[in-house]
Design a binder for this molecule. Structure first.
Ligand SMILES: CC(C)(COP(=O)(O)OP(=O)(O)OC[C@H]1O[C@@H](n2cnc3c(N)ncnc32)[C@H](O)[C@@H]1OP(=O)(O)O)[C@@H](O)C(=O)NCCC(=O)NCCS
Length: 153
């Protein structure tokens, strides 16, 4: 089943919140999503089968940097390459906008997500002690995007 990736629309919020709650012990509250909608963001959802939203990625643009706040795939739709596809679209936008870097934090115990990120070329930039409410540390990961190459005739 192919994933159709498109920008978030307000009517997707319920599905996004459901995925968020199924995916995280410390999910972001609805108000967090609503607050960031008004900011400079890259918010993509992936839908399948008559439009059901099964995956999303939310990132904030902070000057030349893109900070991924949340990414998740509905548990029933994992291991199909959807996270990789979402990141592929995000990276395309980052290049189009000429931005320099994508950063994110990941729980040190979340080895599944770390596999995805390392496969996508993220590198470890540091460790944030007791970053999560459960006391776990976070790894700070980053991926650099070089200056755009201008095609020569
Ligand atoms: C992390 C998450 C977004 C990955 O989504 P996904 O669509 O299942 O990932 P993909 O299918 O694109 O996987 C990409 C690669 O990562 C690795 N990978 C993904 N899930 C894996 C698993 N359960 N075990 C081992 N490797 C895994 C594989 O190398 C995979 O490529 P392959 O299937 O070709 O071998 C998903 O597991 C999820 O929503 N988890 C809960 C929320 C979360 O932890 N988000 C990240 C917070 S920082």
């Amino acid at each position: 089943m192919g994933l159709h990736i498109r920008p978030f629309k307000e009517e997707d919020l319920e599905a996004v919140l459901e995925i968020e709650h199924l995916s995280f012990d410390e999910p972001y509250a609805e108000e967090v999503f609503r607050r960031v909608l008004g900011e400079d963001n890259i918010f993509l959802v992936g839908d399948v089968e008559g439009g059901r939203v099964v995956a999303y990625i939310l990132a904030l643009i902070l000057q030349s940097e893109v900070h991924v706040l949340s990414v998740a795939v509905h548990p029933e739709w994992r291991r199909r390459g959807y996270a990789k596809e979402l990141f592929g679209h995000l990276f395309q936008e980052v290049r189009l906008l000429g931005l320099g870097r994508v950063i994110l934090e990941v729980d040190v115990t979340n080895s599944v997500a770390q596999r995805v990120y390392y496969a996508l070329g993220f590198k470890v930039g540091g460790r944030l002690r007791c970053y999560y409410q459960n006391g776990h540390d976070a790894l700070l990961l980053f991926k650099e995007f070089g200056p755009q190459r201008i095609a020569s005739g």
